[in-house]
Design a protein around this ligand. Structure first.
Ligand code: HEC
Length: 182
């Protein structure tokens, strides 16, 4: 269908909206003082969130991690911070001297960061879809209804030659309808 195709195209445009679009990941504060309010993650994430904040703010601010979450790129070395690389970064941080991060904690932090990154990639609110531009499609001629033999189709007035066959008559009728509508 033409309309659903157009709608799909619009949805794709919305989905591939630029990075500047507001995301569902809520960040409060500015600059190095940015934080992730815990309430947005729900109670199920509370334990992981607390571990994340306790362990990942020991050497630098959480803003560094927020940068990575929001951009999908790490702020210092400009590497991808995505599903595939987030675990590597947590391990890298774990291995730093005196990180104090236990393996079990690292696992929970990874889960938390993956969920947070997903939130950051989602648009904040479903943007109202713009009205799809209505294509100026020509109105198709009405399909000639099969005329029962008892009621013959009225002879088209615009057609100078009398219709000889039913097919010709139908064609003439269609022509007359089109002629009348233009
Ligand atoms: C022991 C200190 C320490 C701890 C604990 C620590 N970090 Fe780091 N982090 C660093 C240092 C130092 C850097 C600078 C870049 C580097 O060495 O990779 C850094 C850089 C980063 C970067 C940017 C990396 C880049 O390549 O741009 C991210 C993201 C990050 N840390 C996330 C975390 C997370 C998540 C945690 C908790 C699991 C954490 N850090 C815990 C020391 C630490």
């Amino acid at each position: 269908m033409l309309l659903s195709g157009a709608t799909l195209a619009i949805v794709l445009i919305v989905v591939s909206a630029p990075r500047s679009a507001p995301a569902e990941l809520i960040v409060i504060g500015t600059g190095v003082h940015r934080e992730l309010p815990p309430a947005q993650f729900g109670k199920a994430w509370r334990g992981a969130y607390d571990i994340f904040v306790a362990r990942c703010t020991k050497c630098h601010r959480v803003a560094r991690v927020i940068d990575a979450l929001q951009l999908g790129v790490t702020p210092v070395t400009r590497q991808k911070f995505e599903t595939t690389t987030i675990p590597k970064y947590v391990v890298k941080m774990l291995r730093k001297g005196k990180s104090g991060i236990a393996k079990d904690e690292a696992r929970q932090i990874v889960e938390f960061l993956l969920a947070a990154r997903k939130l950051a990639q989602r648009p904040a609110a479903p943007a109202p879809l713009p009205t799809p531009p209505q294509p100026a499609a020509p109105t198709p001629p009405p399909t000639p209804t099969p005329t029962p033999s008892s009621s013959p189709a009225p002879a088209p007035t615009a057609n100078p030659t009398p219709a000889a066959t039913p097919a010709a008559r139908d064609a003439g009728a269609a022509g007359a309808v089109q002629g009348a509508s233009s």
